[in-house]
Design a protein around this ligand. Structure first.
Ligand code: NAP
Length: 309
């Protein structure tokens, strides 16, 4: 491909503004070509469309889309983009079901375009070094604690409580995207409990127990009712001591002290997307989403107090 990849951003919500636009403007491999916003939110001095179909019917030239909508509407947008020969960057989680993501992967392959299922937390500052340090170690156990205040981080996001919105697994899947990346062996759900507010379709908390093929226990504690200090920690006990990732992977503590490196979550994702487009490849790892799907499949439900924004 000659020149920058001309990308249209679809769904001008929090993550589009906070991360996608700055990462596109900060990467010479990309050029913002258009935005699609159902509320008609203009930005970046580029053409604005109310729907993706309007953009596709226009004479605006573009090569790729970044789909920043909630997951429930992502399949139709991705399908239409692939049909039009566009490369597709999927926000996490890559869809509302595993099967629709598998369909998209096949469809992109047949169309010869790139499909990128992004997991931003894998690009957090400490994650690469954590993965390298754990490779080849004897893992005794791991613990994931993701406790945050939903009123602070997801105010008014009705979609997140609907089927396919994942509830507390919307942040929890970030933890699983890190764990599946840094732990040397795949793991699976043994048992779990999902806590559902009586007035909502998605869990507000979950306690899960996983195990890998060597029997290593991995515990996960997700809770959206946390006020005060917020926790996004992964702790791994090994034969060489304790590894701790804090702040969602931004901080890494090893037995010899803290290891610092640059945060590059969304710049890292866009660098990866550019690489995939240039190489004519796709990257669709569904392993974090499969674990979440298994939690919904295998977990016991308990009803808890109603939640009101
Ligand atoms: P958001 O603030 O609610 O924005 C989503 C945007 O998508 C809306 O503003 C809307 O934009 C568009 N949209 C299209 N169809 C929609 C529908 N049926 N319901 C609601 N919005 C619809 O959500 P977000 O926090 O940006 O999250 C979007 C995706 O990014 C999610 O999959 C989330 O997991 C992921 N993500 C979020 C964060 C974060 O910190 N917030 C971090 C990483 C990843 P228009 O009105 O412009 O059409």
């Amino acid at each position: 491909m000659l020149g920058p990849i001309r990308v249209a951003v679809v769904g001008m919500g929090k993550i589009a503004h906070d991360q996608h636009l700055p990462s596109i403007f900060g990467n010479a491999d990309f050029q913002l070509a258009a935005t699609v916003s159902s509320r008609g939110e203009a930005t970046g001095g580029v053409p604005l469309f109310r729907t993706l179909d309007e953009l596709l019917a226009s004479d605006t030239a573009f090569d790729a889309v970044a789909l920043c909508t909630p997951p429930q509407v992502r399949y139709a947008l991705a399908q239409a983009s692939i049909a039009a020969g566009k490369h597709v960057f999927l926000e996490k989680p890559p869809g509302a079901t595993l099967a629709e993501v598998a369909v998209l992967e096949q469809y992109a392959k047949a169309a010869g375009v790139t499909l990128f299922a992004s997991w931003h937390s894998r690009y957090a500052a400490g994650v690469g070094a954590a993965r390298a340090w754990l490779a080849g170690r004897d893992i005794h156990s791991a613990s994931i604690v993701w406790r945050e205040d939903v009123r602070v981080w997801h105010p008014g996001q009705a979609w997140i409580w609907e089927p396919g919105g994942l509830g507390v697994f919307d942040p929890g899947i970030n933890a699983l995207s890190i764990a599946t990346h840094i732990l040397p062996r795949p793991f699976f759900l043994e048992e779990g409990t999902l806590s559902l507010p009586a007035n909502r379709a998605a869990p507000i908390a979950a306690m899960l127990s996983f195990r890998d093929a060597h029997g290593t226990p991995i515990a996960m504690d997700l809770d959206w009712r946390q006020t005060g200090p917020q926790t996004w920690d992964i702790t791994v006990e090994t034969d060489a001591g304790t590894l701790k990732l804090s702040k969602g992977g931004a901080e890494l503590y090893l037995p010899d002290g803290e290891h610092k490196s640059e945060d590059h979550e969304y710049p890292g994702l866009y660098a990866r997307f550019a690489h995939l487009v240039k190489a004519g490849e796709s990257d669709v790892d569904i392993s974090p989403m499969r674990l979440v799907a298994d939690a919904f499949l295998r977990g016991r439900r308990e009803l808890v107090e109603e939640f009101h924004d």
